[in-house]
Ligand binder design. Sequence first.
Ligand SMILES: Cc1ncc(COP(=O)(O)O)c(C=O)c1O
Length: 482
Amino acid sequence: MGKRVKKEKLKIKKSMELFSSALKVMPGGVSSNARLWQTAYFCPIYTPCTIFAKRAHGSHIWDVDGNRYIDYRLGFGPIILGHGYPQVTTQISKAARKGTIFALDNELELDVSKQIIDMVPCAEMVRFSVTGTEATMHAIRVARAYTGKDVILKFEGHYHGGHDYLLWSTSPPYDTKERPYQQSLGMPSGMDKYVMVETWNNFQSIEKTVKEHHKKIAAIITEPIMGNAAAIMPKPGYLKHLRELCDRYDVLLIFDEVKTGFRVSRGGAQEFFGVKPHLATFAKSMSNGYPISAIVGQKEIMEMYGPGKNKVTQGGTYASNPLSLTAAKTTLSILKNREVYEQINVFGKRLMRGIEKILDDYKIQNVVQGHPAMFQYIATNNRDIIYNYKELKSNYHADLYAKVQYWLMTRGVLLDEDNQECFYTCLSHAKEKTLKPTLDAFETSVDKALSSKFKAVRFKLAGTAKMMAPKGNTPGQPIGTA
Ligand SMILES: Cc1ncc(COP(=O)(O)O)c(C=O)c1O
C-alpha cells in the first residue's frame, strides 16, 4: 500500500499574500467565481481562496511559490495538446505581427470553418464567437427564431455559461425542491418562464415533459457528457432518444460541446456517441487555450443568422479575430490526426484504471466515470454507477476528495478542488511520462487522507449523505467553470 512521504506542507506563502492584496481590488479576489476554492485545506485563513499561477508548459503548471504540478485542470479543459504547445505558439507569434483585429472577413475564418465542417458531423455552417457563454446564448436565440417558440429545456447539473437564460439549476443544493433553481442574484424576474429543467438520463420524465409542453419548447440543450458534474455519461441510447423526441415534436436538439468538443474525439461527443444534434456549440479544446467559440449546425437553421427584420443577430468585436483563429487552425490541423486521440485515450484509460485500482485496494467504494480525456473519480457510499446530478451530490464522499486533492498538491499533482470538475488529460501528459508519478502521488495521497486527522474546512467527515453534501449554493454564488 502507500508509502508515507515526508513532504507534508504545501508552500503557499506568496500566493496567500497576493490573494490578500487581490481581495482589496477584486471582489472575492478573483475574476471568476469558479476559481475560488471552497473546500481547500490550505485556505483556512481566506476561505474560499485560490493560489496564483506563474507559468505553464506542456503538462505542468508552476505557482508563484515555486511549486510545480502535473496539471489535470488544464484551464477547465481547453488545453488538449499541452500548455504553450510549440506549433501553436509559433504560429500565434507570426500572426500577431500581421495585426490582431480587422473587423473584416479574413481567410482564416474560411479555413477554420472548413476544418470544423470536415470534422464535426452536424456542422454544415459555422458562426464564430469568443466564449462558450456567447455560443450557447446565440444558439438558443437561433433555435427560438427557427421554431417560433420560447422555452429552452435544460438539465440539472448542466452548465452552459453565465447568461440569464441558462444559469438555472447548474449546481443547486442537492436536496432542493426548487426547479428551476436560480443560481445568481440579479437575474430579472420572469426569466424562469423561459426555461424548464429535467433530470438527465431519465427517459420517461423527459418524454413526458416534451410530450406535454412541446408547443412551447424551442430546444433541448444538453452537455453530451456532464462536464460540470463529474463527467456523468449518458445511458446507452439516451442521446439518441433525445434526438428522436426532438424530431417527433419539432424541437431542436443542441449539444453544448464546449467541453466535449475536439476533446473526446475529433468530431466531438456527437461523433463519439453517433448522435447528430441540430445545432452544437464549441470552444475550449478547439484552440488549445485561446478565446474562440463556434455555433455550428444544420444549414437551414444557421441561415437564420443575418441582418434584417426576419433574421437573427449574432456578432461581436472579437469574434473571429485572427489570433484565436490561428490558434484554432493550428490546433485543429493537429487534431485531425486520430493518433493524437489514441495517445490521449491510452494515457487517460491507464490513469482511470490506476485510480480505480488504488481506491479498490484501499477498500473505498468508488465510481471512476467519464471519458479518458475528461473523467472523475467519486468515492461513494453505496453506488456502482451514477446517472444524474442528484445521485452525484447525495452520494459522494466530499471530505475524502478534498483531502486527497490537498495531499496531491503536496506531491506535485494539481486537480480541481471541486469534484464536479473533471480530470482533463492532454497530449503532453501522454508524451511526458506523467502516468507513474501521478499514480504514485495518488496512492500516497489516499493513504494520507485516510490517516490524517485534520478537519475539512467546509465539510464534515463522512457520515450520512446529508452531512457530506456541500452547503447549498445560494443565489450570488453561481457555480460553473470559467
Ligand atoms: C459545457 C459548457 N458550456 C458553456 C460554458 C461557458 O463557457 P465560457 O466560460 O467560455 O463562457 C462552459 C464553461 O465551462 C461549459 O463547461
